[in-house]
Design a protein. Structure first.
Length: 358
């Protein structure tokens, strides 16, 4: 790593924006140059947290673009603002780290990736949960070969949320705000499996505080004969988390409270056998998933390898959740492979947005 000091503008100072702002402020390789937040109370909190002077606190991104010398925008505003704010920052010559989902429309996401490439700037999406300890443990177990070739996945994760908060106005809160993490983590476990099709049912239980279909059930087909049974959402009556993978040699079960509560119980059943407890995370340190994420992100800013959470690599995740929304609206399966709409998601991944080949 170089000794370069990266000047960061934090856009959005809600829960996550404030959290990331504090993390970045503690790093020696970056400095918070400004905060953009339209809500007065939140902007006052930003001033208190960061100690920034008043001339670096703004209500609108346009004001910061005109007044601040910076290198990076870290955007944690509501998702309907992601496209416009990321576009403005990239056009201004800043690198961008934007919260998930990258945008609220797949075509907009593709445009942002193309713009980042044209401007020779990095674009990344805040999908950090793939670096949770249990996902690293499950991935290592798959790679050990003890499961054989994985063909069946059950991914079940829902939780009771009695306040809709910033998701209240979204038509598809589960897919946009939760499933994106689920799909990203799924693809991290099976990096060679490419989504082929999805059929999804979105629904709203009678007790839900959400307006839109806050619960989703789906069947996903992936290359290599992988079939996924998926369930996710915000309005279950109790916490639900189970990740089950079945391969040609047996089955692995991982159960806990929620994917973001990184304490799991594991069980393994050999082919035709019964489940018994197994410790697969020994030797894998428990750490804040933002730590490895930020290390990889810094490396990418400084010319290192493109991470899996780059805008371009994240298009596969966004294509899958967008196709899920298409399926809910149309009431039928949606194909991703061979689709003109989603072609960009599976073309040229793992290349470099900075203007290199791919």
């Amino acid at each position: 790593m170089s000794e370069r000091l990266w000047r960061v503008v934090v856009v959005g100072y809600g829960h996550l924006g404030a959290y990331l702002g504090r993390m970045l402020a503690a790093e020696t390789w970056c400095r918070i140059a400004a905060v953009v937040e339209p809500r007065g109370v939140a902007l006052e909190k930003a001033a208190s947290d960061t100690g920034l002077p008043g001339n670096t606190l703004f209500g609108k991104l346009e004001e910061a673009l005109a007044a601040v010398e910076a290198d990076v925008a870290v955007i944690n505003s509501p998702s309907e603002l992601h496209y416009a704010q990321s576009k403005a920052a990239l056009e201004h010559g800043w690198h961008v780290l934007v919260a998930k989902p990258i945008a609220n429309d797949f075509a907009e996401a593709v445009k942002l990736v193309a713009l980042a490439r044209a401007k020779r700037r990095t674009l990344c999406v805040g999908q950090q949960l793939r670096y949770n300890r249990h996902y690293r443990a499950v991935k290592a177990f798959i790679e050990s070969g003890r499961l054989g070739r994985v063909e069946i996945v059950h991914f079940l994760n829902s939780k009771p949320r009695h306040e809709a908060l910033n998701l209240a106005a979204l038509d598809q809160p589960a897919l946009y705000e939760m499933s994106c993490h689920h799909f990203d983590s799924l693809l991290s476990l099976l990096p060679r499996a490419v989504p082929e099709s999805i059929v999804a049912d979105g629904y709203r239980p009678s007790w839900s505080v959400y307006r839109g279909p806050c619960m989703v059930n789906a069947l996903i087909r992936m290359s290599g004969g992988v079939h996924v049974l998926y369930h996710g959402g915000f309005s279950s009556q109790a916490d639900c988390y189970e990740l089950r993978l079945e391969g040609t040699l047996g089955a692995l079960r991982c159960r806990g409270v929620h994917m973001s509560v990184d304490e799991m119980a594991y069980e393994f059943a050999p082919r035709g056998g019964t489940f018994v407890p197994i410790a697969i995370d020994a030797g894998i340190p428990a750490e804040n998933p933002w730590r490895p994420f930020l290390a990889l992100w810094r490396g990418y800013l400084e010319g290192g390898p493109e991470p899996p959470f780059s805008g371009r690599n994240n298009l596969g995740v966004f294509a899958l959740l967008s196709a899920g929304i298409d399926s809910i609206r149309r009431g039928r399966p949606v194909s991703l492979q061979g689709s003109a709409r989603y072609r960009a998601a599976f073309k040229g991944a793992k290349g470099r947005e900075r203007g290199g080949a791919g």
